[in-house]
Structures are given as structure tokens and as C-alpha cells.
Design a protein around this ligand. Structure first.
Ligand code: SF4
Length: 475
């Protein structure tokens, strides 16, 4: 599989020097972090709701085969067709087969991350069909020559209003607009035409409900509602892990998802779609299909990072991640950015193809603290780091350095001596202001900022003093 995740470090350097992107990233932080903080206070017991959300997602994963079978039976009873795709190529083939069966020429899509995994839009266009993204962010990226998304819930968040205005002016041939509202109206006018002339609508699925055979779609633009009801065929595509047992479970998860994602109590639109329209019904599609995708998920389920499958794709982990906040989503090189991407991408594309992603973390645990379904993201990143080391995937100098450190750390006297030497060495590297400008090894620490030299006494010295009854004093 072709992925750019191998080049995280190079991309991150590039993005750190991108002034427009840096300005846009600051806006993301202000927008989502503060709103989430306010909205979770509306719940009497947000932490208890998180526990419930975790339990629901874990229950679904623990008996996934049972819930998948129940979902298939429920959806089929309500007239839908349930198909399973093992690989990204199978997703594309199934979609094109459905399109051929119903004589489809034009397809509209609402946001689907799984279809990004299989580059479905390219497959549709290669088959000579037309595809139009209807989520505003995805539409912006599509007309910008299929620029990749940079955020789970806001695919074009990296773009400024001015960049979008320029893009619309260039691609639509319309006068340049100034305001966001005018830009939205322009896109809406164009998309309305496509809704009315499309033969098939493709959506993702926030949740697939086992007891009813329904798909739940959560959006703010209403595009999913139009995409899944106006054309004659609807195809909902999502991963096997998106199953939840009951509608009541959905109600609990909906208390967490919009609050964690955009800081809203509830999204503008929540669609619950169950089967095609029945005899005599006016609204709904003639044909409804579900494509349930494995594509590496079974392997994650059987691994020691299985908890990552609890993810409900809210994006809170990336909104709060100091690494994401500085380098943006494109640095991660594939569909899923941020802390959750640094776990899922290596699992889906192969650890050897995404070596730097588990390292793309300060281990500050901001992501773990905000994750609504309590995924211990830093722990999972650490497990992947351990695997990289055990499988000799890291560069030789890193492996040698870590082995040497482990050897020294097991010999307390030697460790104390080495630590003392290290501290002395760092102090000699500092200027008169106590800051180290450049390190001979570990240059990455001083490339973007000066590093303060260690001050005062070491932990061991303080500990020895305290044990001897001398108090700690200032370090
Ligand atoms: S890992 Fe947690 S915080 Fe991150 S997107 Fe998934 S559910 Fe949201």
C-alpha cells in the first residue's frame, strides 16, 4: 500500500515552517478545545457517561461476531442488502458492482473516512462515473485536485477563508467572495444541482445498530440527509468496529460524540436510516446497501492495541494534542491523523510503513484525558514503540542507544556516575544565560528552540540528603 506516513518527520518540518497553516492551526485550538470544555459541563456526570460509553464500545468489540450477525439479520429483514469487504480493493469493487446493477452514472457522497482508505473517488472516476463530495470540507478538497483531509471531523480545517475564496473563484469561475456565508451559499447552489441529478448516494456510518439494522449519521450540514434520501440507491460504508448493540447505546454515545467533537450538545442533523422505503411510502431510497469493511480491523482486534477500535471518531484527541496542534494532519501521511492515527495507521498499513507515527507523541496524555471512550492512547503508542524495538525496526543507533541505556540503568552505581557526567557535560554546553543553543548529538532538541541546562542538584543528591534527614530544599 502506498502511504506517505514513512515521511512524518520531513512533513512535520515542512508544516512547522508553513505560516498560513500555523495560523489556521491556532484557530482550531481556540474553536474546539474551549467549546468542548464548556459543553461537557452541561452533563451532571460527564465522567460517568464516559464510563458508560467505554463499556458500550467494549461490549460491542468483545462479541463483535454476534453483533455483526444480528446486524446482518436485522438489516436484511428490513429490505437492505449487507455486504462485507475484506480489503480496500473489495470496497471499490462492491460499489462499482452496485452502480452497474442500477445503471448509475452520477454518485454523490457524504463524508466517509473508510472510503478514503480505499481511494474510492478515484476508483469511481476511473470507471467513467461522476462522483461529487457533498460535505463542504470534502468538496473543497475534491475540487482542489483531491487534496487529502487533515482532520477527522473538519477535513479542510487547514485551509483559510481566503484560500477557499481563491479556490472557488478559480474552479467555479465566479467573482471572488469575501465572507464565509457567501462562500457557503455558492457551494450550496452548486451541490443542490448534484443532489437532484444523482443516481446513487454514498455515506459513511457513525454507528451501525445491531438490533434494528440501521445506520446513524451525524452531521452539521444536512448533506448526509440529502445524499441518503434523494437518489434511488443508498450505500452506507463503515468498518466492522462501528457496530453498537442497541438504539439506547446510540443515545448514550450521542451525549459524548458532538460534545467531544465540536462542543455542541447535539449535532444539527442526526439521521437514523433503516432499510429502503416500503410500499406506499413517499420518502426514502428504492435500494439500500451496507458495506461492512474489515481491511485490517480483525488484526487490530486480535492485537494488544485492540482498544483503539473503541474510537468514535470525535477528533478530540487531535484537537488537544500538542504535536497535532503544531504540525497539522497532513504530516501523518494517511487517512487518520493525530494520536488515534498514530495507532491505526501503523496497524492498517503496516508498522514498517509508518515507523515514526508511534513516536509522534510527547506522551503528555492530553489525548487519553479527553477521549470520550477512554482509549489509553499513550499506552497504545508505547506498545507500538516496544514492538518497533523488538522487531528491530528502529535505526541501529537508536536500538544501540536504548540497549546501552538499559544496561547502564540496571547498574545503579554506574547509572549515578553516568548521570553526574551527563549533567556536567550539559552545563558546559550552556551559554552565560544558562541556555544550550546546540547539542552535538540529539540536535533535534535544539533545532527549534534553546534548551535550558540542568540546574541545581540531581534527584539522587536530593533524595540522599532527604534520607539523611537534611530536608530537600530547593533543587
Ligand atoms: S481516539 Fe478517542 S478522542 Fe480520538 S477520535 Fe477516537 S474517540 Fe475521539
Amino acid at each position: 500500500m502506498q502511504v506517505a506516513s514513512m515521511h512524518f518527520k520531513e512533513r512535520a518540518h515542512e508544516k512547522l515552517n508553513d505560516e498560513v497553516l500555523q495560523g489556521n492551526l491556532v484557530k482550531i485550538k481556540g474553536k474546539f478545545v474551549a467549546k468542548r470544555r464548556e459543553s461537557i459541563l452541561e452533563l451532571d456526570d460527564f465522567e460517568g457517561t464516559r464510563d458508560a460509553g467505554k463499556a458500550i464500545r467494549q461490549r460491542a468489540l468483545d462479541d463483535l461476531d454476534v453483533w455483526l450477525e444480528l446486524f446482518e439479520r436485522s438489516a436484511t429483514e428490513r429490505g437492505a442488502t449487507v455486504l462485507f469487504a475484506q480489503t480496500p480493493a473489495e470496497i471499490n469493487k462492491l460499489v462499482l458492482d452496485i452502480a452497474a446493477r442500477h445503471g448509475v452514472r452520477k454518485i454523490i457522497k457524504s463524508k466517509s473516512m473508510v472510503s478514503e482508505e480505499s481511494a474510492l473517488d478515484h476508483a469511481i472516476e476511473s470507471a467513467g462515473l461522476t462522483v461529487v463530495e457533498t460535505d463542504l470540507g470534502e468538496y473543497i478538497l475534491q475540487i482542489n485536485d483531491y487534496e487529502p483531509p487533515s482532520h477527522i471531523i473538519g477535513p479542510a480545517l487547514h485551509k483559510s477563508k481566503e484560500e477557499v475564496a481563491e479556490l472557488f473563484h478559480r474552479k467555479h469561475g465566479t467573482p471572488k467572495k469575501d465572507g464565509i456565508e457567501e462562500l457557503c451559499l455558492e457551494a450550496r447552489g452548486i451541490l443542490r444541482e448534484h443532489y437532484l441529478t444523482a443516481d446513487m448516494g454514498i455515506s459513511g456510518g457513525n454507528f451501525f445498530v445491531a438490533e434494528t439494522g440501521s445506520v446513524v449519521l451525524v452531521t452539521n450540514e444536512g448533506n448526509a440527509t440529502l445524499t441518503t434520501t434523494l437518489p434511488k440507491v443508498h450505500v452506507a460504508i463503515s468498518g466492522i468496529e462501528k457496530i453498537v448493540p442497541t438504539l439506547e447505546d446510540v443515545a448514550t454515545l450521542m451525549r459524548l460524540l458532538p460534545r467531544s467533537a465540536t462542543g455542541q450538545s447535539i449535532s444539527n442533523y442526526v439521521d437514523l436510516l433503516t432499510g429502503p422505503k416500503g410500499d406506499g411510502e413517499f420518502h426514502g431510497v428504492d435500494h439500500m446497501y451496507f458495506i461492512i469493511v474489515d481491511s485490517g480491523r480483525s488484526e487490530v482486534l486480535g492485537s494488544d492495541v485492540r482498544e483503539a477500535l473503541r474510537c468514535i471518531r470525535c477528533g478530540a484527541c487531535m484537537n488537544h494534542c500538542p504535536v497535532y496542534q503544531n504540525v497539522g494532519g497532513h504530516s501523518y501521511g494517511w487517512v487518520y491523523p493525530g494520536p488515534i492515527g498514530s495507532i491505526l495507521t501503523p496497524m492498517y498499513v503496516g508498522l514498517e510503513n509508518a515507523l515514526d507515527l508511534p513516536q509522534a507523541s510527547t506522551m503528555c496524555n492530553q489525548c487519553g484525558v479527553v477521549c470520550p471512550v477512554r482509549i489509553p492512547l499513550p499506552d497504545l503508542q508505547r506498545k507500538l514503540r516496544e514492538r518497533e524495538f523488538a522487531e528491530d525496526l528502529r535505526p541501529w543507533y537508536e536500538r544501540t542507544g536504548l540497549r546501552l541505556w538499559a544496561w547502564v540503568a540496571q547498574r545503579p552505581a554506574l547509572y549515578a556516575f553516568a548521570a553526574k557526567l551527563g549533567v556536567r557535560f550539559l552545563r558546559t554546553m550552556a551559554g552565560s544565560d544558562g541556555m544550550i543553543r546546540k547539542l552535538p548529538i540529539g540536535a533535534g532538541w535544539t533545532m527549534g528552540r534553546d534548551m535550558p541546562a540542568p540546574e541545581g542538584r540531581t534527584f539522587r543528591e536530593l533524595y540522599a540528603q532527604r534520607k539523611a534527614g537534611g530536608g530537600g530544599g530547593r533543587a
